[in-house]
Design a protein around this ligand. Structure first.
Ligand SMILES: NC(=O)c1ccc[n+]([C@@H]2O[C@H](COP(=O)([O-])OP(=O)(O)OC[C@H]3O[C@@H](n4cnc5c(N)ncnc54)[C@H](O)[C@@H]3O)[C@@H](O)[C@H]2O)c1
Ligand SMILES: [Zn+2]
Ligand SMILES: [Zn+2]
Length: 396
Protein backbone atom coordinates (compact mmCIF):
# COMPACT_ATOMS: atom_id res chain seq x y z
CA UNK A 1 0.00 0.00 0.00
CA UNK A 2 0.94 3.67 -0.18
CA UNK A 3 1.70 5.50 3.06
CA UNK A 4 3.11 8.84 4.17
CA UNK A 5 6.46 8.17 5.75
CA UNK A 6 8.72 10.40 7.81
CA UNK A 7 12.23 10.53 6.39
CA UNK A 8 13.86 13.43 8.19
CA UNK A 9 13.37 17.01 9.23
CA UNK A 10 10.78 18.56 6.88
CA UNK A 11 11.00 15.48 4.69
CA UNK A 12 7.92 13.28 4.28
CA UNK A 13 7.42 10.96 1.33
CA UNK A 14 4.71 8.70 0.04
CA UNK A 15 6.20 5.23 -0.23
CA UNK A 16 5.07 1.71 -0.87
CA UNK A 17 5.05 -0.32 2.36
CA UNK A 18 3.64 -3.74 3.30
CA UNK A 19 -0.14 -3.90 3.80
CA UNK A 20 -1.11 -4.18 7.48
CA UNK A 21 -2.56 -7.48 8.66
CA UNK A 22 -4.48 -8.68 11.70
CA UNK A 23 -1.92 -9.59 14.37
CA UNK A 24 -4.05 -9.87 17.51
CA UNK A 25 -7.66 -11.04 17.98
CA UNK A 26 -8.54 -7.48 19.04
CA UNK A 27 -7.24 -5.92 15.80
CA UNK A 28 -9.16 -4.56 12.86
CA UNK A 29 -7.86 -3.39 9.50
CA UNK A 30 -9.59 -0.46 7.87
CA UNK A 31 -9.41 0.99 4.38
CA UNK A 32 -8.97 4.69 4.87
CA UNK A 33 -11.20 7.09 2.97
CA UNK A 34 -10.16 10.37 4.65
CA UNK A 35 -7.23 11.19 6.90
CA UNK A 36 -6.42 14.51 8.53
CA UNK A 37 -3.23 16.50 8.83
CA UNK A 38 -2.87 17.88 12.36
CA UNK A 39 -0.83 20.57 14.10
CA UNK A 40 0.61 17.66 16.09
CA UNK A 41 2.04 16.20 12.88
CA UNK A 42 3.89 19.46 12.38
CA UNK A 43 5.81 18.89 15.62
CA UNK A 44 7.10 15.62 14.14
CA UNK A 45 7.91 17.38 10.89
CA UNK A 46 10.31 19.73 12.64
CA UNK A 47 10.79 19.73 16.43
CA UNK A 48 10.35 16.14 17.63
CA UNK A 49 12.54 14.65 14.94
CA UNK A 50 14.93 13.01 17.47
CA UNK A 51 12.13 10.63 18.46
CA UNK A 52 11.35 9.58 14.90
CA UNK A 53 12.79 6.76 12.82
CA UNK A 54 13.05 7.15 9.05
CA UNK A 55 10.22 5.17 7.49
CA UNK A 56 7.75 5.80 10.33
CA UNK A 57 4.20 6.08 8.97
CA UNK A 58 2.57 9.34 10.07
CA UNK A 59 -1.03 10.31 10.80
CA UNK A 60 -3.69 9.81 13.46
CA UNK A 61 -6.99 11.27 12.19
CA UNK A 62 -8.57 8.55 10.03
CA UNK A 63 -11.92 7.30 8.98
CA UNK A 64 -12.82 4.58 6.55
CA UNK A 65 -14.37 1.19 5.97
CA UNK A 66 -13.65 -1.92 8.00
CA UNK A 67 -11.91 -4.54 5.85
CA UNK A 68 -11.32 -7.30 8.36
CA UNK A 69 -11.68 -7.88 12.09
CA UNK A 70 -10.08 -10.28 14.55
CA UNK A 71 -12.08 -12.79 16.59
CA UNK A 72 -12.04 -10.47 19.61
CA UNK A 73 -13.93 -7.60 17.96
CA UNK A 74 -17.59 -8.61 18.25
CA UNK A 75 -19.21 -5.26 17.42
CA UNK A 76 -17.50 -4.51 14.09
CA UNK A 77 -17.85 -6.23 10.75
CA UNK A 78 -16.36 -5.81 7.30
CA UNK A 79 -18.11 -2.96 5.51
CA UNK A 80 -18.82 -0.84 8.65
CA UNK A 81 -18.07 2.85 8.30
CA UNK A 82 -15.88 3.99 11.23
CA UNK A 83 -13.86 6.88 12.64
CA UNK A 84 -10.77 5.88 14.60
CA UNK A 85 -9.65 7.85 17.72
CA UNK A 86 -6.02 8.99 17.66
CA UNK A 87 -5.22 7.15 20.88
CA UNK A 88 -5.26 3.40 21.31
CA UNK A 89 -7.07 2.24 24.45
CA UNK A 90 -8.66 -0.94 25.78
CA UNK A 91 -11.85 0.47 27.29
CA UNK A 92 -11.79 -1.87 30.29
CA UNK A 93 -8.76 -0.99 32.45
CA UNK A 94 -8.98 1.24 35.51
CA UNK A 95 -7.93 4.35 33.58
CA UNK A 96 -10.30 3.75 30.69
CA UNK A 97 -13.17 3.15 33.12
CA UNK A 98 -12.26 6.44 34.84
CA UNK A 99 -12.70 8.25 31.52
CA UNK A 100 -9.00 8.59 30.80
CA UNK A 101 -8.26 6.45 27.72
CA UNK A 102 -5.21 8.66 27.12
CA UNK A 103 -3.74 6.91 30.16
CA UNK A 104 -4.91 3.38 29.24
CA UNK A 105 -3.01 0.89 31.39
CA UNK A 106 -3.14 -1.76 28.68
CA UNK A 107 -1.39 0.36 26.04
CA UNK A 108 0.67 2.76 28.20
CA UNK A 109 4.17 3.17 26.81
CA UNK A 110 5.75 2.39 30.16
CA UNK A 111 9.24 1.88 28.73
CA UNK A 112 9.25 5.55 27.73
CA UNK A 113 7.33 6.69 30.81
CA UNK A 114 4.43 7.83 28.64
CA UNK A 115 0.65 7.39 28.46
CA UNK A 116 -1.48 5.41 26.03
CA UNK A 117 -0.09 4.51 22.61
CA UNK A 118 -0.98 6.85 19.76
CA UNK A 119 -1.13 6.22 16.04
CA UNK A 120 1.83 7.59 14.11
CA UNK A 121 3.41 9.45 17.00
CA UNK A 122 7.07 8.61 17.64
CA UNK A 123 8.66 5.88 19.67
CA UNK A 124 7.60 7.77 22.83
CA UNK A 125 4.04 6.70 22.01
CA UNK A 126 4.68 3.17 20.89
CA UNK A 127 5.94 3.68 17.32
CA UNK A 128 2.55 2.51 16.03
CA UNK A 129 2.22 2.82 12.22
CA UNK A 130 0.03 5.82 11.45
CA UNK A 131 -3.09 6.61 9.50
CA UNK A 132 -1.93 8.66 6.53
CA UNK A 133 -2.03 5.53 4.44
CA UNK A 134 -4.34 3.39 2.34
CA UNK A 135 -4.90 0.89 5.15
CA UNK A 136 -4.54 0.98 8.93
CA UNK A 137 -4.18 -1.76 11.49
CA UNK A 138 -6.28 -0.70 14.49
CA UNK A 139 -5.26 -2.40 17.75
CA UNK A 140 -7.86 -2.58 20.56
CA UNK A 141 -10.57 -2.32 17.91
CA UNK A 142 -13.11 -3.74 20.38
CA UNK A 143 -13.10 -0.25 21.96
CA UNK A 144 -11.68 2.47 19.72
CA UNK A 145 -13.54 2.76 16.40
CA UNK A 146 -16.74 4.80 16.36
CA UNK A 147 -19.39 3.48 13.95
CA UNK A 148 -21.02 6.22 11.86
CA UNK A 149 -23.95 6.04 9.42
CA UNK A 150 -23.75 5.90 5.65
CA UNK A 151 -24.87 8.99 3.76
CA UNK A 152 -23.22 12.24 4.81
CA UNK A 153 -19.73 12.98 3.47
CA UNK A 154 -16.64 12.00 5.49
CA UNK A 155 -16.24 15.63 6.60
CA UNK A 156 -19.26 15.21 8.87
CA UNK A 157 -17.54 12.59 11.03
CA UNK A 158 -13.78 12.54 10.44
CA UNK A 159 -13.05 15.15 13.12
CA UNK A 160 -14.32 12.77 15.82
CA UNK A 161 -10.85 11.21 15.54
CA UNK A 162 -9.16 14.25 17.11
CA UNK A 163 -10.26 17.83 16.38
CA UNK A 164 -13.73 17.59 17.93
CA UNK A 165 -12.88 15.73 21.16
CA UNK A 166 -9.76 17.87 21.59
CA UNK A 167 -11.74 21.08 21.24
CA UNK A 168 -14.50 19.65 23.44
CA UNK A 169 -12.08 18.67 26.19
CA UNK A 170 -10.38 22.08 25.94
CA UNK A 171 -13.73 23.74 26.67
CA UNK A 172 -14.73 21.19 29.31
CA UNK A 173 -11.45 21.69 31.16
CA UNK A 174 -11.79 25.49 30.82
CA UNK A 175 -14.78 25.54 33.20
CA UNK A 176 -16.31 28.64 31.66
CA UNK A 177 -19.05 29.71 34.10
CA UNK A 178 -22.57 30.35 32.72
CA UNK A 179 -22.50 33.69 30.92
CA UNK A 180 -18.71 33.75 31.21
CA UNK A 181 -15.88 34.50 28.83
CA UNK A 182 -13.07 32.49 27.31
CA UNK A 183 -10.05 33.49 25.27
CA UNK A 184 -8.65 30.98 22.81
CA UNK A 185 -4.98 31.40 21.91
CA UNK A 186 -4.25 29.97 18.46
CA UNK A 187 -6.90 29.63 15.75
CA UNK A 188 -5.60 26.61 13.91
CA UNK A 189 -8.02 23.69 13.59
CA UNK A 190 -8.05 23.06 17.35
CA UNK A 191 -8.45 26.68 18.46
CA UNK A 192 -11.01 27.41 15.75
CA UNK A 193 -13.10 24.41 16.77
CA UNK A 194 -12.66 25.23 20.48
CA UNK A 195 -14.22 28.66 19.79
CA UNK A 196 -17.16 26.96 18.06
CA UNK A 197 -17.65 24.46 20.88
CA UNK A 198 -17.45 27.23 23.50
CA UNK A 199 -20.16 29.16 21.64
CA UNK A 200 -22.41 26.13 21.30
CA UNK A 201 -21.93 25.30 24.97
CA UNK A 202 -23.00 28.76 26.07
CA UNK A 203 -19.93 30.90 26.65
CA UNK A 204 -21.17 34.49 26.52
CA UNK A 205 -18.01 35.96 25.01
CA UNK A 206 -15.35 34.17 23.01
CA UNK A 207 -12.07 35.89 22.18
CA UNK A 208 -9.58 34.50 19.68
CA UNK A 209 -5.90 35.32 19.13
CA UNK A 210 -3.69 34.39 16.18
CA UNK A 211 -1.43 36.07 13.65
CA UNK A 212 -2.64 34.47 10.41
CA UNK A 213 -5.19 36.73 8.67
CA UNK A 214 -7.48 34.05 7.20
CA UNK A 215 -7.55 32.13 10.47
CA UNK A 216 -8.61 35.32 12.28
CA UNK A 217 -11.21 35.98 9.58
CA UNK A 218 -12.70 32.49 9.85
CA UNK A 219 -13.20 32.93 13.58
CA UNK A 220 -14.49 36.50 13.26
CA UNK A 221 -17.09 35.40 10.72
CA UNK A 222 -18.53 33.09 13.37
CA UNK A 223 -18.82 35.78 16.03
CA UNK A 224 -15.47 35.45 17.79
CA UNK A 225 -13.89 38.74 18.96
CA UNK A 226 -10.48 38.42 17.37
CA UNK A 227 -7.07 39.90 18.16
CA UNK A 228 -4.21 39.90 15.68
CA UNK A 229 -0.94 39.29 17.50
CA UNK A 230 0.85 41.41 14.91
CA UNK A 231 -1.04 44.53 16.05
CA UNK A 232 0.70 44.50 19.43
CA UNK A 233 4.28 45.41 20.27
CA UNK A 234 4.37 43.30 23.39
CA UNK A 235 2.49 40.56 25.18
CA UNK A 236 1.58 43.12 27.84
CA UNK A 237 -0.19 45.27 25.26
CA UNK A 238 -2.20 42.31 24.00
CA UNK A 239 -3.13 41.27 27.52
CA UNK A 240 -4.21 44.81 28.39
CA UNK A 241 -6.34 45.09 25.25
CA UNK A 242 -8.10 41.83 26.05
CA UNK A 243 -8.56 42.61 29.72
CA UNK A 244 -10.10 45.94 28.75
CA UNK A 245 -12.95 43.95 27.16
CA UNK A 246 -13.63 42.12 30.43
CA UNK A 247 -13.89 44.98 32.94
CA UNK A 248 -10.12 44.91 33.40
CA UNK A 249 -10.17 41.45 35.01
CA UNK A 250 -9.36 39.14 32.13
CA UNK A 251 -11.45 36.28 30.77
CA UNK A 252 -12.74 33.54 33.09
CA UNK A 253 -10.77 30.99 31.12
CA UNK A 254 -7.98 30.82 28.57
CA UNK A 255 -7.48 27.91 26.20
CA UNK A 256 -3.95 27.45 24.90
CA UNK A 257 -4.40 25.90 21.46
CA UNK A 258 -0.88 26.79 20.34
CA UNK A 259 1.58 24.58 22.17
CA UNK A 260 5.29 24.25 21.88
CA UNK A 261 5.88 25.99 18.56
CA UNK A 262 4.50 29.40 19.57
CA UNK A 263 5.63 32.52 17.84
CA UNK A 264 7.41 34.91 20.12
CA UNK A 265 10.49 33.45 21.82
CA UNK A 266 13.78 33.48 19.96
CA UNK A 267 15.89 31.71 22.59
CA UNK A 268 13.68 28.64 22.84
CA UNK A 269 13.34 28.54 19.08
CA UNK A 270 17.10 28.30 18.83
CA UNK A 271 17.22 25.47 21.38
CA UNK A 272 14.45 23.55 19.59
CA UNK A 273 16.04 23.94 16.20
CA UNK A 274 19.41 22.91 17.57
CA UNK A 275 17.88 19.73 19.03
CA UNK A 276 16.39 18.91 15.66
CA UNK A 277 19.74 19.35 13.96
CA UNK A 278 21.86 17.28 16.35
CA UNK A 279 22.73 13.70 15.41
CA UNK A 280 19.59 11.74 16.27
CA UNK A 281 20.87 9.77 19.27
CA UNK A 282 22.34 12.85 20.92
CA UNK A 283 19.36 14.98 19.96
CA UNK A 284 16.95 12.57 21.65
CA UNK A 285 19.01 12.53 24.85
CA UNK A 286 19.19 16.32 24.81
CA UNK A 287 15.49 16.65 24.16
CA UNK A 288 14.58 14.17 26.91
CA UNK A 289 16.76 15.70 29.61
CA UNK A 290 16.89 19.35 28.78
CA UNK A 291 14.35 20.32 26.20
CA UNK A 292 12.55 23.64 26.53
CA UNK A 293 9.34 24.70 24.86
CA UNK A 294 8.56 27.98 23.24
CA UNK A 295 6.32 29.23 26.01
CA UNK A 296 5.02 32.48 24.52
CA UNK A 297 1.39 31.35 24.37
CA UNK A 298 1.39 29.80 27.84
CA UNK A 299 2.96 32.93 29.34
CA UNK A 300 0.24 34.98 27.66
CA UNK A 301 -2.41 32.67 29.10
CA UNK A 302 -1.00 33.05 32.62
CA UNK A 303 -0.94 36.85 32.41
CA UNK A 304 -4.30 37.07 30.68
CA UNK A 305 -6.61 34.84 32.70
CA UNK A 306 -8.57 36.54 35.45
CA UNK A 307 -7.59 35.90 39.03
CA UNK A 308 -9.10 32.58 40.10
CA UNK A 309 -9.68 31.63 36.47
CA UNK A 310 -8.76 28.49 34.56
CA UNK A 311 -6.15 27.76 31.91
CA UNK A 312 -6.90 24.77 29.72
CA UNK A 313 -3.97 23.58 27.65
CA UNK A 314 -4.65 21.52 24.57
CA UNK A 315 -1.60 22.70 22.63
CA UNK A 316 1.14 20.11 22.93
CA UNK A 317 4.18 20.69 25.11
CA UNK A 318 7.15 18.36 25.31
CA UNK A 319 9.71 20.23 27.37
CA UNK A 320 11.35 18.81 30.46
CA UNK A 321 12.99 21.95 31.83
CA UNK A 322 10.51 24.75 31.26
CA UNK A 323 10.66 27.79 33.51
CA UNK A 324 7.19 28.95 34.57
CA UNK A 325 6.20 32.03 36.60
CA UNK A 326 4.91 30.13 39.61
CA UNK A 327 4.75 33.27 41.75
CA UNK A 328 2.15 34.72 39.40
CA UNK A 329 0.35 31.41 38.96
CA UNK A 330 0.10 30.86 42.70
CA UNK A 331 -0.80 34.43 43.55
CA UNK A 332 -3.47 34.63 40.85
CA UNK A 333 -4.87 31.32 42.05
CA UNK A 334 -4.84 29.87 38.58
CA UNK A 335 -6.40 26.49 37.90
CA UNK A 336 -4.57 24.48 35.25
CA UNK A 337 -5.76 21.45 33.27
CA UNK A 338 -4.13 19.88 30.26
CA UNK A 339 -3.46 16.76 28.28
CA UNK A 340 -4.28 14.75 25.20
CA UNK A 341 -7.97 14.49 24.49
CA UNK A 342 -9.80 11.47 25.86
CA UNK A 343 -11.62 10.80 22.62
CA UNK A 344 -14.20 8.19 23.60
CA UNK A 345 -15.06 10.07 26.80
CA UNK A 346 -16.50 12.94 24.76
CA UNK A 347 -17.52 11.39 21.45
CA UNK A 348 -21.08 10.48 22.55
CA UNK A 349 -21.64 14.06 23.75
CA UNK A 350 -20.46 15.44 20.40
CA UNK A 351 -22.38 13.07 18.10
CA UNK A 352 -25.77 14.85 18.45
CA UNK A 353 -24.16 18.01 17.02
CA UNK A 354 -23.11 16.28 13.79
CA UNK A 355 -26.37 16.87 11.95
CA UNK A 356 -27.56 18.51 8.74
CA UNK A 357 -28.00 21.75 10.73
CA UNK A 358 -24.26 21.48 11.40
CA UNK A 359 -23.97 23.88 14.36
CA UNK A 360 -20.18 23.40 14.51
CA UNK A 361 -19.64 23.91 10.79
CA UNK A 362 -17.82 20.63 10.27
CA UNK A 363 -19.12 20.13 6.72
CA UNK A 364 -17.16 23.17 5.52
CA UNK A 365 -14.31 23.00 8.06
CA UNK A 366 -11.63 21.60 5.73
CA UNK A 367 -9.92 24.18 3.54
CA UNK A 368 -8.13 21.57 1.43
CA UNK A 369 -8.78 18.02 0.24
CA UNK A 370 -5.79 16.47 -1.48
CA UNK A 371 -4.82 13.05 -2.75
CA UNK A 372 -2.54 11.22 -0.33
CA UNK A 373 0.10 11.26 -3.06
CA UNK A 374 0.46 15.01 -2.50
CA UNK A 375 1.31 14.64 1.19
CA UNK A 376 4.71 16.35 0.92
CA UNK A 377 3.03 19.42 -0.55
CA UNK A 378 0.27 19.24 2.08
CA UNK A 379 2.75 19.24 4.97
CA UNK A 380 4.71 22.14 3.56
CA UNK A 381 1.59 24.18 2.81
CA UNK A 382 0.10 23.53 6.26
CA UNK A 383 3.32 24.30 8.09
CA UNK A 384 3.90 27.52 6.20
CA UNK A 385 0.20 28.43 6.34
CA UNK A 386 0.17 28.97 2.59
CA UNK A 387 -2.87 29.13 0.35
CA UNK A 388 -5.23 29.71 3.27
CA UNK A 389 -4.62 26.20 4.60
CA UNK A 390 -6.29 25.66 7.96
CA UNK A 391 -7.49 22.07 7.84
CA UNK A 392 -6.18 19.62 5.30
CA UNK A 393 -7.78 16.24 4.64
CA UNK A 394 -6.08 13.68 2.43
CA UNK A 395 -7.73 10.94 0.40
CA UNK A 396 -5.85 7.73 -0.25
N1 LIG B 1 -4.40 17.77 23.35
C1 LIG B 1 -4.62 17.04 22.26
O1 LIG B 1 -5.14 15.94 22.32
C2 LIG B 1 -4.26 17.61 20.94
C3 LIG B 1 -4.87 17.14 19.78
C4 LIG B 1 -4.59 17.76 18.57
C5 LIG B 1 -3.69 18.80 18.53
N2 LIG B 1 -3.07 19.20 19.68
C6 LIG B 1 -2.13 20.33 19.70
O2 LIG B 1 -2.88 21.52 19.60
C7 LIG B 1 -2.06 22.54 19.01
C8 LIG B 1 -2.82 23.20 17.85
O3 LIG B 1 -3.08 22.26 16.83
P1 LIG B 1 -3.61 22.75 15.41
O4 LIG B 1 -3.92 21.54 14.60
O5 LIG B 1 -4.68 23.75 15.61
O6 LIG B 1 -2.24 23.39 14.87
P2 LIG B 1 -1.76 24.73 14.16
O7 LIG B 1 -0.29 24.68 14.21
O8 LIG B 1 -2.43 24.90 12.84
O9 LIG B 1 -2.32 25.89 15.11
C9 LIG B 1 -1.54 26.68 15.96
C10 LIG B 1 -1.94 28.14 15.75
O10 LIG B 1 -1.33 28.96 16.74
C11 LIG B 1 -0.96 30.20 16.16
N3 LIG B 1 0.04 30.81 17.04
C12 LIG B 1 1.38 30.64 17.07
N4 LIG B 1 1.93 31.35 18.07
C13 LIG B 1 0.92 31.99 18.69
C14 LIG B 1 0.86 32.87 19.81
N5 LIG B 1 1.96 33.20 20.49
N6 LIG B 1 -0.37 33.33 20.19
C15 LIG B 1 -1.50 32.98 19.51
N7 LIG B 1 -1.49 32.15 18.44
C16 LIG B 1 -0.29 31.67 18.05
C17 LIG B 1 -0.48 29.79 14.78
O11 LIG B 1 -0.48 30.88 13.88
C18 LIG B 1 -1.50 28.71 14.39
O12 LIG B 1 -2.61 29.25 13.71
C19 LIG B 1 -0.78 21.83 18.58
O13 LIG B 1 0.21 22.04 19.58
C20 LIG B 1 -1.17 20.38 18.56
O14 LIG B 1 -0.07 19.52 18.77
C21 LIG B 1 -3.34 18.62 20.86
ZN1 LIG C 1 -4.26 15.42 15.58
ZN1 LIG D 1 -7.45 0.89 29.00
Amino acid sequence: MKAVTWQGRRDVRVETVPDPVIQEPTDAVIRITSTGLCGSDLHLYEVLTPFMTPGDILGHEPMGIVEEVGAGVPDLAAGDRVVVPFQIACGTCWMCLTGLPTQCETTQCTGEGMGAALFGYTRLYGAVPGAQAEYLRVPQAQFGPIKVPEGPPDDRFVYLSDVLPTAWQAVEYAHVPPGGSVAVLGLGPIGDMACRVAQVRGAERVFGVDLVPERLRRARERGVETFDLRDFDSQKELVTALQDRTAGRGPDAVIDAVGTEAHGSAAARLAQTATGLLPRAIGARFAEHLSVDRLAALHTAIDLVRRGGTISISGMYGGTADPLPLLTMFDKQVCLRMGQANVRTWSDDIRPLLTDEDPLGVDSFATHRLPLAEAAHAYEMFQRKQDGAVKVLMEP
